[in-house]
Design a protein around this ligand. Structure first.
Ligand code: ADP
Ligand code: MG
Length: 599
């Protein structure tokens, strides 16, 4: 038959490749910024218009190119970055030699460049058609102008998202690169408006804080770990600094931003214990390893990587994060106390409660105008406050004697609203949520028991019968062995019921068993089969802990409260409850004084 297989023309090949390498403006921009970084730039300016589709201009002060290099740079598979033809030894961000050719095939591209000690040159390429090179006045480095991206491939153009969405993706791209290259200054403008301005810094944390916000800077723990030539550095947010999405987890492998399932899984596992499902920590982690131990050539946009020894990488990341979280387990995020402070400050101040004034005026000054400013009135007001205090709740106030004030959480002074312990510490004031705090303590004791000799159980004299639907019974019975390990023994009991024969000793006499069983059943159905055994056990222990802890609403005496505070100080991770909510907040004396305008 006739020859129907044909070789595609070069330009079509480039357009096809462009579909993968530069699927959207942000992807093209990422390639161009990486080129600038590879060229040793210390200042990179990015100006975009129309979400990047109408124009992206990247100016750098890097090494620049010679005339010959400029001509070759826009050809496919032309690269200066694989000198020894070894794909296992990749030290630059680029290496595929196809970014410029791909972008050139689908846009109007202009490159101006000026090599150090050389001359300036420029070239234009329209939909893959190269112009001759011309001398250029560009002073030093390289300036690349990409206009009308995808105009040559209308099908792709149709798939562009809104300008705003493309702009957001571009900003994210610049931010990710800027996190990894703090020694490079970045600016970004969109339609003439400044969007990012990041000066050079030698402090990686300062760069992260400039991008992720001051909260991150103040509430992130430094990570520094090493194992057999693989290092992990960066910052991990305190568990109480959590977010509703995993979007604020920035992961880098050898300076490349990646979205790697292995690493995200490690982050999740490390925080599983201190964050409620659905909440996510903020982290910026930099993994560095010898290039031959990682394959970055898995994905055209290089967003995924493959590790030679995934187990080791996993171990390193999880243990480093867990260690950091445990070391700082007692600390709650400062965002918590500044939130509290904000709330206090914004409470409108009313010197004379209207209710009191009215009532009092009627009683004592009937017929006369209320003279609210006289001393007599004030004294009576105070009296009235104590006598007719409107609160229906009881408060416990404690005398100041022998107070263990020099402990970090101070001495309990009062319990208010039957759930909050007010303690005085050397530094100021501590407010503890008794339920959240105790829940954490019970949970940590469960885990300690589990790690040592297993959960202590306590048999019930008469089994407790809990009525349930068949589906729930089936799923509970399927986990019978797991529960038994945790001290909870259950058996089927006729149709539509189970018999609970033992409980973890820490819960005995405290838990409402029916509620506990329902709660555990909910946990199973919410989290069916997906998670690993350890994660699941912890989830169940965490639910159990909730049932074994001091309820809010329980009055406590001073000894009980102080005992709770002392236990918290000795318990790892007591700064947040099992769901990542803080267990206490502090207000320093300084902050209190600020509230009263004393500073
Ligand atoms: P790669 O980066 O994979 O080598 P590219 O198509 O992105 O492929 O770039 C091709 C070549 O063009 C690079 O290898 C480099 O030599 C040159 N180049 C591209 N951008 C710049 C720049 N901003 N400064 C200096 N040289 C550059
Ligand atoms: Mg490149």
């Amino acid at each position: 038959g006739s020859m129907r297989i044909r070789y595609l023309p070069e330009n079509l090949i480039n357009q096809i490749a462009a579909g993968e390498v530069v699927e959207r403006p942000a992807a093209a921009l990422k390639e161009l910024i990486e080129n600038s970084i590879d060229a040793g730039a210390t200042t990179i300016q990015v100006d975009i218009a129309g979400g990047g589709q109408s124009a992206m201009i990247i100016s750098d002060d890097g090494d620049g190119m010679s005339a010959e290099e400029l001509v070759a740079a826009v050809d496919r598979h032309a690269t200066s970055k694989l000198p020894d033809e070894d794909l296992l030894n990749i030290k630059n961000l680029g290496f595929r030699g196809e970014a410029l050719a791909s972008i050139a095939a689908v846009s109007r591209l202009k490159i101006q460049t000026h090599e150090k000690g050389g001359e300036g040159w420029e070239i234009s390429v329209e939909a893959g058609k190269k112009s001759d090179i011309r001398p250029s006045a560009y002073p030093q480095g390289t300036r690349i102008e990409v206009r009308d991206l995808f105009y040559a491939t209308p099908a792709r153009l149709k798939f562009m998202k809104s300008e705003r969405a493309e702009y957001m993706a571009i900003k994210d791209t610049v931010q990710r690169l800027a996190m990894a290259y703090a020694h490079v200054a970045f600016t970004l403008t969109h339609d003439g408006a400044r969007s990012l301005s990041l000066p050079v810094t030698l402090d990686p944390k300062a760069r992260l804080a400039a991008i992720l916000g001051r909260d991150f800077g103040e509430n992130a723990i430094e990570i520094n770990a090493e194992r057999e030539g693989i290092t992990l550095s960066g910052y991990a947010g305190l568990p109480t600094l959590h977010r509703g999405t995993a979007q604020y987890q920035y992961l880098f492998v050898n300076g490349r931003s990646v979205r790697d399932k292995l690493i995200t899984g490690c982050v999740r596992a490390a925080y599983a214990d201190v964050l409620h499902r659905g909440r996510h920590p903020m982290v910026a982690l930099f993994l560095n390893l010898p290039p031959e131990l990682v394959d970055v050539n898995v994905h055209p946009a290089k967003a995924e990587v493959r590790f030679q020894d995934a187990g080791m990488v996993r171990g390193l990341i999880i243990s480093a994060l867990k260690h950091a979280i445990h070391e700082n387990g007692f600390v709650t995020s400062s965002t918590v106390s500044s939130y509290a402070l904000g709330a206090l400050q914004s409470t409108p101040f009313s010197p004379r409660p209207a209710q009191y004034q009215q009532q009092h005026a009627q009683q004592s000054y009937m017929g006369t105008a209320p003279a609210a400013s006289s001393y007599g009135n004030l004294a009576e007001a105070q009296h009235a406050l104590y006598e007719h205090h409107p609160s229906a709740r009881h408060e416990t106030f404690i005398e100041q004697e022998n107070a263990p004030q020099n402990f970090p959480l101070g001495a309990a002074r009062a319990q208010i609203h039957e759930n909050y312990i007010i303690a005085q510490s050397e530094a100021g004031l501590v407010i503890v949520d008794q339920h959240a705090a105790h829940e954490r303590l019970v949970y940590e004791r469960f885990k300690a028991q589990l790690a040592q000799s297993g959960i202590e159980k306590q048999g019930l004299l008469t089994p407790e019968i809990v009525n349930l639907d068949e589906g729930t019974i089936e799923s509970l019975m399927a986990h019978k062995a797991l529960f038994a390990n945790l001290g909870l023994e259950i058996e089927p009991f006729g149709a539509g019921a189970i018999a609970v024969q033992s409980l973890p000793a820490l819960l005995s006499g405290k838990a409402d068993i029916t509620k506990l069983i329902h709660d555990i059943a909910d946990e199973l159905s919410e989290n069916d089969s997906a998670s690993m055994l350890e994660e699941r056990m912890n989830e169940i222990l965490s639910r159990m802990a909730c049932h074994g802890s001091i309820r809010s609403g329980r009055r406590m005496n001073a000894d009980e409260m102080n005992a709770l505070l002392r236990q918290m100080e000795q318990t790892p991770l007591s700064g947040q409850c099992n769901h990542g909510r803080p267990t206490y907040v502090t207000l320093s004396l300084k902050e209190i004084e600020k509230l009263f305008g004393r500073r």
